[in-house]
Ligand binder design. Sequence first.
Ligand SMILES: Nc1ncnc2c1ncn2[C@@H]1O[C@H](COP(=O)(O)OP(=O)(O)O)[C@@H](O)[C@H]1O
Ligand SMILES: [Mg+2]
Length: 380
Amino acid sequence: MKPLYLRSSGSFKRLLLFIGGHRSPAKPAADAGKEAPEPSPESPHRPAWRCFSYDEINRATGAFHEGNLVGRGGSSEVYRGELPDGKAVAVKRLMGASACERRERDFLAELGTVGHARHPNVCALLGCCVDRDLYLVFEFSRRGSVAANLHDEAAPAMGWAARRGIAVGTARGLEYLHKGCQRRIIHRDIKASNVLLTDDLQPQISDFGLAKWLPSEWTHRAIAPIEGTFGCLAPEYYTHGIVDEKTDVFAFGVFLLELMTGRKPVDGGHRSLLSWARPLLADGKVDALVDPRLGGDYDGEQARRVAFVASLCVRAPATWRPSMTEVLELLEGGEIRQDRWAMPEAAADDEEPWWFDDLNDEDEEFNTPSPSSSSSTTSN
Ligand SMILES: Nc1ncnc2c1ncn2[C@@H]1O[C@H](COP(=O)(O)OP(=O)(O)O)[C@@H](O)[C@H]1O
Ligand SMILES: [Mg+2]
């Protein structure tokens, strides 16, 4: 299939109109429906975003004033803005004039995926603008990303309840992307800087620049080049470019570890969180995993669950990772069935999680290893 790269903003406009995203906010009510086609049975799923003019976003951001710059990613700048009705927005300007095709591809990926998603744990797209440059407009998150909040040394440490709430909410958002929306969406870059927080600390998955649709009849996609974030990439993805829901499950496992430990996926010394955490997970040393900044103030059973779920998510064989539906059940306190999660000898490796029959026994000191399998076949 030929990749869809569109070069002129005129082509973009036609495409956007074709997609059906253009909703003029000023359309008089009396006109509504006259020229419009009959609403299709799918109309509840029609995107709710619209096209903005350059003037609108330029005015909203104070002409992209430096003081309104709130984030800079690999290929974008994000500005805070305010619409005439007072609504706060984030305007994402896609950068990289030299890599025009990539910029357009990222723009279309983001528009074509998050533009169809509506969920409390997914950052809402409000619209786009293709005048002069490529822009996406989102609801603004005043708190910024999970990464900014979690790793802010100057602020008090984020409490355990907030971390667990973020884990559960993000799992909900991801389950929706995989199963709940019209098409299967694989995000491909789940990490703390791509999860934003609402005022009351609800997580919202954002940055769909690498996201892909997965047709229902396909088991996976093979993708090149490999893109994403070092330290969060599933082994089958970085070795063979294979992408499916389990790619996101793996990255979600790393995200859980980041929330729990307060460590970045790769630290300043290029040490990966996963390689540091794996032996502790295998030995069930939950206390050693939990962020010392919490000063021991956390719910032990919840922490054991989070660690257990993380250890399942980062399993090397993708088929032995849970689905996001299962992840959510387990995080929310569902029964843990050993027979469901025990890997057969042939698939097992030395990264197996411990088994914790004592999970619900609050009196019992959590203690360690009895990995179900100590046989070592693979590692990653
Ligand atoms: N809706 C938003 N509200 C507030 N800040 C945002 C919003 N979207 C993005 N940001 C900030 O901008 C940063 C980069 O945005 P992102 O969409 O991840 O771009 P990139 O694709 O370049 O990584 C985020 O980590 C976050 O700090
Ligand atoms: Mg990002």
